[in-house]
Design a protein around this ligand. Structure first.
Ligand code: PLP
Ligand code: COI
Length: 341
């Protein structure tokens, strides 16, 4: 199979229309069998639930070309079960996780020529999503839904790749204590748009959100969880009911303990402690692990000892081990890698 003739090493994190996408429809209480289609356009009624009351959730995962030439995805079952959780919380029908994984495999296989080659630095980003599609005018859940998956080749999420980021402590909140921060609802991202535009205008790369109730604890950013490393090489990651349970973070915790022999603490992290950490990183599918060099709280700078030029040493080890597992040159734990072809 010929790969597309793209400048793989220099693509950014953007959307490109690839060959095929998957679509399944929910009507009269059941999902249809689903199909692949070339049609990238969706036609909706003006009153569709998603357009009026934002009834939509999504997922994000990647396909990789391994060193030995296979196309694989990373833990798609966990994205499938997280999407089930998102659907339940938003009163949407569940698209079963087994069907989710099967649909991911079908759509990646159908776009094999768009999966970036091994060593290019790019990957195929996979975006499953679901939305209420029939007219809804009283505030209530839709009766009909569409589940879709498209794919797009991507490079690094943050411009500059592995260059340490500067983060702003945001004055805005992303998720309420009993709200929807723990699921991947489109509304959470709408909430974060004004905050990220403001942060970018001020020259920051991302926002650090604190817990909205007390503003004393670290939550997450708009699109990634935090990991910190203490001066004695302990990995610390915030625990909160209002952050997205990142699959990358859960995988890194395992890698830190089982591959690198590091101690890991998953617990509430006070903002007050941040100045004492040695390293900080953002972890997520899009972000992989992006190092943080500086965190700014209303003009007060916290400069991580790892500096503004390189990843800290523990962050680098975590990054190399995780990407080594994903690219197939480090043995993966049982069930982590799903071979597509
Ligand atoms: N937190 C938020 C708000 C996200 O959007 C993402 C991206 O999916 C993550 C964390 C990281 O999650 P994952 O590692 O499952 O991609
Ligand atoms: C992902 O990492 O898949 C996300 O959904 C984050 C998003 C901000 C691109």
């Amino acid at each position: 199979m010929e790969k597309k003739n793209l400048d793989w090493a220099n693509i950014g994190f953007g959307y490109m229309t690839t060959s095929m996408r998957y679509v399944a429809n929910y009507k009269d209480g059941a999902w249809d069998e689903g199909t692949l289609t070339t049609d990238a356009t969706i036609t909706l009624n003006e009153c569709a639930g998603v357009l009026q009351y934002a009834q939509t959730c999504f997922e994000g995962l990647k396909a990789y070309t391994t060193e030995d030439g296979h196309i694989v995805t990373f833990r798609p079952d966990l994205n499938g079960s997280r999407m089930e959780d998102s659907a339940r919380r938003l009163e949407m029908p569940v698209f079963p996780k087994e069907r989710f994984v099967d649909a991911v495999c079908q759509v990646v296989k159908a776009n094999a020529e768009w999966v970036p080659p091994y060593g290019s630095g790019a990957t195929l980003y996979i975006r499953p999503y679901m939305f209420g599609s029939n007219p809804v005018i009283g505030v209530k859940p839709a009766d009909e839904y569409q589940f879709r998956i498209f794919t797009t080749p991507v490079g690094p999420y943050f411009k500059g790749g592995a260059k340490p980021l500067t983060i702003k402590v945001s004055d805005f909140d992303r998720a309420a204590p009993q709200g929807t921060g723990h699921i991947k609802a489109g509304l959470n991202y709408a909430m974060s748009l004004h905050a990220i535009v403001t942060a970018h205008q001020e020259g920051y790369d991302e926002n650090m959100y604190l817990d909205p109730a007390t503003r004393t604890k670290v939550e997450e950013t708009g699109g990634a969880n935090f990991i910190f490393v203490t001066k004695d090489h302990k990995v610390v990651t915030p625990k909160s009911d209002s952050i997205l349970p990142s699959i990358t973070r859960r995988s890194l915790i395992y890698v830190a303990k089982e591959y690198l022999g590091l101690e890991v603490e998953e617990r509430e992290v006070l903002f007050e402690e941040v100045k004492d950490f040695a390293e900080c990183g953002l972890c997520g599918t899009a972000a992989v692990i992006s190092p943080v060099g500086k965190i700014v709280d209303h003009g007060k700078e916290i400069c991580l000892p790892s500096g503004m030029t390189e990843m800290g040493p523990v962050t680098k080890k975590l990054y190399d081990t995780l990407t080594g597992i994903q690219m197939g040159h480090i043995q993966a734990p049982e069930g982590w890698i799903r071979v597509i072809e």
